[in-house]
Design a protein around this ligand. Structure first.
Ligand SMILES: [Zn+2]
Length: 108
C-alpha cells in the first residue's frame, strides 16, 4: 500500500524531471541560435533568466527522485517511518504529506 504510493510518487517525479529536462534542452537550443549570450540583448537576458529558472527546477526534480529512491530503500530496510534524528515513529499523516521525509515534525 505505502510502497505503491511511493512507487507512484517516484514515477510522477521522474516524469516531471523528464519534462523539465526536455524544456531546458529546448531553451538551450533556442538560445544557441540567437544572440542569447549577449547581455545587451534584452531577449537574451530573458532567455538566460528562463534557463536559470528551469535549471533550478530540474535540480529540484532530480533531488526529489533521489529522495523518493532513498525512501523506498528505507522502506525495504524497515526504517522508513523512523525519524533519522530522534528515532521516534513519524506519524502517518506526516508521511502522507511528505513521503520522502526522514524526520519527525519536532526534528524537522
Ligand atoms: Zn525526531
Amino acid at each position: 500500500m505505502r510502497r505503491t504510493d511511493l512507487v507512484r510518487e517516484r514515477a510522477e517525479a521522474e516524469r516531471r524531471l523528464e519534462t523539465l529536462a526536455a524544456d531546458l534542452a529546448a531553451v538551450k537550443q533556442a538560445s544557441e541560435g540567437s544572440n542569447a549570450d549577449d547581455e545587451h540583448d534584452p531577449e537574451g537576458a530573458t532567455i538566460a533568466f528562463e534557463r536559470e529558472q528551469l535549471s533550478a527546477l530540474v535540480r529540484r526534480a532530480r533531488q526529489r527522485v533521489l529522495d523518493l529512491d532513498a525512501a523506498l530503500h528505507r522502506l525495504d530496510a524497515g526504517t522508513y517511518a523512523r525519524c533519522r534524528t530522534c528515532g521516534s515513529t513519524i506519524p502517518t499523516e506526516r508521511l502522507e504529506a511528505l513521503p520522502a521525509t526522514q524526520t519527525c515534525r519536532d526534528c524537522a
